[in-house]
Design a protein around this ligand. Structure first.
Ligand SMILES: Nc1ncnc2c1ncn2[C@@H]1O[C@H](COP(=O)(O)OS(=O)(=O)O)[C@@H](OP(=O)(O)O)[C@H]1O
Length: 220
């Protein structure tokens, strides 16, 4: 498998710069921001309408806090999560222009993709299950890609120190390997009222997303 970036930062198509995919190979490309990029579905469709899409989704409230944690780690001086979340704190009006909030409105982004790709070409992986049952979710991924189920629960163990599943023996190495320090960071404590208001905000979008995908992710 090879990982490549299809659309450059400038929006240029980099496909022609990449080596050809040989028979028996699958070209994989991983850029989380494509899911929320308006032009991405059209561009990817015009490159290959047979592309299969995999989207990892987690509770949008936790996702927003995770996103904020990442920003905070790079810039400790950013305003508080609460300040960034609300346009108006006393009315509880949410600032949907803040990317950490906007990205979690999955139903809205999915609408753009469904203009070009049928649901059968999109696999939604549960971020929660990826942690609680990594082999199960990886099984779904392999089936979706039409691959033999090579990755199974034999490949994972739960690392108590990391608090996450890790690989027992990654390819080409004899030592176990966990994801890096930037994955699975401790989140800052967020006021319960803020969390509740965000839950309430996302509820209709989550329900719409369950309806559209035919899958209840259990975020309520
Ligand atoms: N096995 C394992 N180990 C560590 N972390 C795991 C694992 N499986 C899923 N996760 C969750 O992945 C979250 C980070 O992934 P991201 O989607 O933010 O990564 S990316 O930067 O967009 O590529 C990261 O989010 P945070 O907990 O907020 O750091 C993890 O919860």
């Amino acid at each position: 498998m090879r990982c490549t970036r299809i659309l450059g930062k400038t929006g240029m198509n980099r496909k022609n710069l990449m080596p050809r995919t040989l028979e028996g190979q699958i070209t994989m490309e991983k850029t989380p921001s494509y899911f929320v990029t308006k032009e991405a579905p059209k561009r990817i469709f015009s490159m290959s309408k047979d592309t299969k899409l995999i989207v990892v989704v987690r509770n949008p409230v936790t996702r927003a806090i995770s996103d904020y944690t990442q920003t905070l780690s790079k810039n400790p001086g950013v305003p508080s999560f609460q300040m960034l979340t609300f346009k108006n704190m006393s009315t509880g009006l949410i600032d949907t222009s803040w990317s950490a909030i906007r990205i979690g409105i999955y139903a809205k982004h999915l609408e753009n993709w469904l203009q070009y790709f049928p649901l059968s070409k999109i696999l939604f992986v549960s971020g929660e299950r990826l942690v609680s049952d990594p082999a199960g979710e990886m099984g779904r991924v392999q089936d979706f890609l039409g691959l033999k189920r090579v990755i199974t629960d034999k490949h994972f163990y739960f690392n108590e120190t990391k608090g996450f599943p890790c690989l027992k023996k990654p390819e080409g190495s004899s030592r176990p390997r966990c994801l890096g320090k930037s994955k699975g960071r401790t989140h800052p404590k967020i006021d319960m009222e803020v969390v509740l208001r965000l839950k309430e905000f996302y509820r209709p979008f989550n329900l719409k997303f369950y309806q559209m995908t035919g899958h209840d992710f259990g975020w309520e």
